[in-house]
Design a protein around this ligand. Sequence first.
Ligand code: BGC
Length: 353
Amino acid sequence: MTIEESTFGYTKENQRVSLFKLGNGAGMTVEILNYGGIIKNICVPDRYGKVEDVVLGHDNITDYEEKSDYFGCIAGRFANRINQGRFRINGTQFQLPQNSNGNSLHGGIKGFDKQIWKAQTFHSGDEVGVSLFYLSEDGEEDYPGNMKCWVTYTLDNSNQLKIEYRAETDKTTIVNLTNHTYFNLKDGGETTILNHDLKIKASCFTPVDAKLIPHGTIDSVNDTPFDFREFKTIGEHIETGHVQLKNGGGYDHNFVLDKEDGACELIASVYEPISGRLLDVLTTEPGIQFYSGNFLKGDIVGKNGVAYKFRSGLCLETQHFPDAPNHDNFPSTILNPGEQFESATIYKFGVEP
Ligand code: BGC
């Protein structure tokens, strides 16, 4: 197991950004930035042993600051959307910045994805990793409470990348944390993800309106394009005109996972037939946002000069449900003083012959 630290660059405010390169004995490397907790690269072998990068991103800090679409970052304090940025805690109304079409998205104007985190590396047995810490101050992006947040990335020898999240607050607040990596298991974003096969262990999903805000219902996936309980090619039903696919511009929906509360279980897999690469997703979270990269439109040029076209990357964001603070029937996202928010997600890479 190896770990190397280097300087990735300097932000516009002249803060140094570090890059941590984790390597294992099985040919996998992961590069992480302390800016936004961003996963910049994940290099894994294909079925012939050829190691390639399978995530979208940038090769310099300025592009992450100026033209990233949440590539690889930690989204927080509240991942995904809150209707009009408004919610109540014990009768008090809070108003967050409306940074996306009248709603709050991914923590606001300067969310966790744009902050510098304190980083510490570790190396133990057959694991190597980096622990990140960020203090989100009371009132930052108009959220209540000083919230301390820890995110730990750990790589092991079985090609598992584990992400552990922990948070504490000194005033009642809301929290929803995820990682926003865009995967393309074939070529890191040169072509579309429509030929990837996907499986999600979810009998239900949370339908949305045209602004991607959940109606509040939990609907069955039976006989809909949202049934991924068996492997299905992503492109198979994406253009069928289902009202939910119109609202999302494709898949951009929260799936309600069929799992035991809090247990870390295998809940989704993606397989890319040409490379043979397989990604398994395990989580303790109750939901996952499957986003098929519908807002990518070729105007963002990323690593190695690749322009990320429509649906050239897919996200599998483990999470609590979008707009949860406004829906009592969704698992609670309230964090009280004295409590610990804890969650874990594992991205495990392999190949099929
Ligand atoms: C959301 C998309 C959004 C994307 C960020 C996803 O989590 O569901 O609607 O466009 O993040 O660009």
